[in-house]
Design a protein around this ligand. Sequence first.
Ligand SMILES: Nc1ncnc2c1ncn2[C@@H]1O[C@H](COP(=O)(O)OP(=O)(O)OP(=O)(O)O)[C@@H](O)[C@H]1O
Ligand SMILES: [Mg+2]
Length: 1059
Amino acid sequence: MEDGGPRIRRRVSVRKRNRGSIESLCVAPAPAELRPSEDLEDEGAAGRRRRKTGSPEPAQENDSEEDMFNDYDSFTENSFLAQVEDLEQKYTQLPEHRELVTDSAIKGLCSESMENKLPVFAVNSSTDPETNQHIKNQSAADGPTGPEPDSDLLFDVPSSQILYFERIQNSSNDLGDQSAKERDRNSHKSPNEEPAFSHQELPQPNDDLSEARASSETSRRKSIADHLKSAMAGNATAQTPVFSRSKHLKETLLSEEISVARKAMESPSDDLGPFYSLPSKVRDLYAQLKGIKKLYDWQHTCLTLSSVQKRKNLIYSLPTSGGKTLVAEILMLQELLCRQKDVLMILPYVAIVQEKIASLSSFGVELGFFVEEYAGSKGKFPPTKRREKRSLYIATIEKGHSLVNALIETGRISSLGLVVVDELHMIGEGSRGAILEMTLAKVLYTSKTTQIIGMSATLNNVQDLQEFLKAEYYTSQFRPVELKEYLKVNDTIYEVDSGAENGMTFSRLLNYKYSDALKKMDPDHLVALVTEVIPNYSCLVFCPSKKNCENVAEMLCKFLSKDFLNHREKEKSEVIKNLRDMGNGKVCPVLKRTVPFGVAYHHSGLTSDERKLLEEAYSTGVLCLLTCTSTLAAGVNLPARRVILRAPYVAREFLRRNQYKQMIGRAGRAGIDTVGESILLLQEKDKQQVLELINGPLENCYSHLVEELTRGIQTLFLSLISLKIATSLGDLYQFMNGTFFGVQQKILLKEKSLWEITVESLSYLTEKGLLQRDSCGALEEAQCCFHITKLGHASFKGAIDLAYCDILYRDLKKGLEGLVLESLLHLVYLTTPYDLAAQSEPDWMVYFRQFSQLSPAEQNVAALLGVSESFIGKKASGQAIRKKVDKNIVNRLYLSFVLYSLLKETNVWSVSEKFNMPRGHVQSLLTGAASFSSSVLHFCEELEEFWVYRALLVELTKKLTYCVKAELIPLMEVTGVLEGRAKQLYSAGYKTIMHLANANPDVLVRTIEHLSRRQAKQIVSSAKMLLHEKAQTLQEEAEELLKLPADLPGLGASDTEKV
Ligand SMILES: Nc1ncnc2c1ncn2[C@@H]1O[C@H](COP(=O)(O)OP(=O)(O)OP(=O)(O)O)[C@@H](O)[C@H]1O
Ligand SMILES: [Mg+2]
């Protein structure tokens, strides 16, 4: 990247001079790794043994989708460390070289003097004749065909690593001789070069000396601990002895680079070091993984704003595809690597969280931080406390809120250095907006050191948000790829033109020869519009409803030329085959007809496996057209050359400008397309309204905190009191003043004061038995405190919608009187989400059929709930019913029949057929039930009387979460592995996370059907990340167990020292 140019050039010259020594570095072990060869052997053998016997951890979570974009080559091919690894592998594959490594290892270990080890790392040419001789012999023996060190390697060594080699040499050559150190360091500089990191000089001599001694002592102690750790971690931390060495080398190099970067950041100078206060390796990774070689000007400006440097809160807004993510990612990496704080990134949907996990796992693996998923039912509360590495939590809005609650509860909120919110405008959208608002308000209130950054493409009333977040604002109109907006009315296409009188200018007339039949079937000329771009370019057609998506896809295929069938024919038939495999032999008839033309529909009626497959096929160009609903615009990142909006409606509602902007924003994405265009089809009658929409301002976003009563302000108060963030009326009022609602209160609810709203909500919670007011005595009203009741605490812990918490309590209580455990039905009923039941309408014939097939015990469940066969029978035959039956219970029981069948059959397709319910809906019911089941579990954990449910619900939650054969569960823990893929991997012999983490992506591509190289790499790096995370957690647990308790009776201070 361009910034820091002179420094980069200077470093290249340093690299050239030091070339030879790096070669020796690459073939010799690192000092820290030097140990007897048996150790290495043992560890490898132990690792292998563990691999064989290791049983997978019980899985907990499910449901994922893969990253669809960032289709660039992985770091494993290009990075410096990967090359070191390759080279090392090449050498160690040869038996002679194994000897060389172990010889020098033993020698290094036995040697008293550091000098013997140093030449291995020295930047100047190696002084170890034996090592050099080995290298020479090696080359000679290999002859022309033997592996040679990569001669270009040197040019890829990041500058800070050169610095590191220098420092290693300096500190080791003579621990006390600072002047020698200085000399040595300066000897690498040309006369007119400035020191590379002049602002981060090494410590003063004396400090340095003691520090060096202390650090040598610490490292001696640490090495014992490390040894213990690595023995415990076994296979989890070391694949083979070879990998173990390079892993260690990697970590040491990087940590040194980071410490250099950290010092750069702490220094008062404006120098941002090699790459925005980050190690140069980050810059290299962006180039290698994402193909980003230079920051856009605005990105540079934004990152160097003085407010950003001072870590002030920030909101920034740019058009879609403006490159907002990169700025946030750089700031996140600064926080993780240089400030050593955890980071929370909040994204709107599960699919996007998973996309981000897949794309950032490689950064985590390379740079040494954890990437943790908090979406769907994944995520640990409170998060595991990490001692050595920091965590990047990537979360949905709901999970982000729970995470912040858990951090506050455990007194760890200040460990969170940064919260990033993508699509900040979502703060104005319903109950999810209210949750986002609560999360941010809590962070603002409880942690003054946590920085908040929000970004969006569609913000209007930024001042309100700025006031709420106390944030600076940055905006620009930059869009790397021009987006041309068109409107189509009848046969005419107009270009949107803000300069024109009515906001549009004539562009062209459509002149297609349509047959009468075609005209009738396609009055909007969709066939003509799409064939202008497909099959060579991609096209998205947004439709108002799901059914319309399917109809449009079918209609288009009826009229597309047969030539379309030939385009990537083989790959399309693979897609069909894959769809059939996923459906256990069944393919959706619509897709069966449209996919051969390169066309598919995309909406929530598809299973997540199908969606993912179609997205992948679209992003690789096998499919060229998707008909989709508006959710795709805000969901996964699927770009297009042309975006067509079939009508200015979403369902029956007129399109909003924010939605319009999001949808057209899919066209012309940077790095994928060079141009982009959107066409909105409209009828004459809608013209005026559309022109207002196109030319008007973006909609304002407004707080939903108070509007969403039970899922807004009431939930907020319950949690504030439970977490003891604010317990008195005065403090709660104060808190409300600091919310987004507080800022907008005068616009939103003129008739009531904030004080009245606060008092009202508290009274409601008290009446409901969730709060209790302490006796105030002579205190002023504002000082009156509240405390949470057991029911209130359980509802808070279970994140239960307060509208349902008392019904849930009653249902569970009643269940205690006669829980039927002969089948799972009764338990499933208790964890079927109330809100879904309220929205559903049973198919009474199906209901009756299913009812009559119940076993006597299951019929007993229905009887206990008050639902009789005769009632269902009457409903099915359309007879009038006089007896009053609770509709909510009847509907809920129907949904539990669906879930119960799913648990028995583990086949979404057959259940979907049996219940005449779209397969996507069956799947979302399952996801909802899994999540509610875990909520009910947390609810029960807080209430003594429900102890009996706890063990039962742990198991049930697991069953609902995966709902697959048990053997697939470990594989599905890996982000991006869904059921279909898990089945393939399992039958190919990849049965555990360890298998996946150690898999070779090339082999995976060869052995697993329909798996692209990019997907294979992402699966491997996500598995590596997960494995690493698990291993680290175990290590830390083990260390915790082995620690001497500080309060051990009879243990004096001197004893502690001895231990
Ligand atoms: N400096 C850059 N050089 C080249 N490509 C870039 C650069 N910055 C970002 N990109 C690429 O541009 C594309 C769009 O970026 P990004 O997803 O950050 O957009 P966005 O502003 O978040 O848009 P949206 O509002 O639609 O989410 C991505 O593929 C990203 O890799
Ligand atoms: Mg974005």
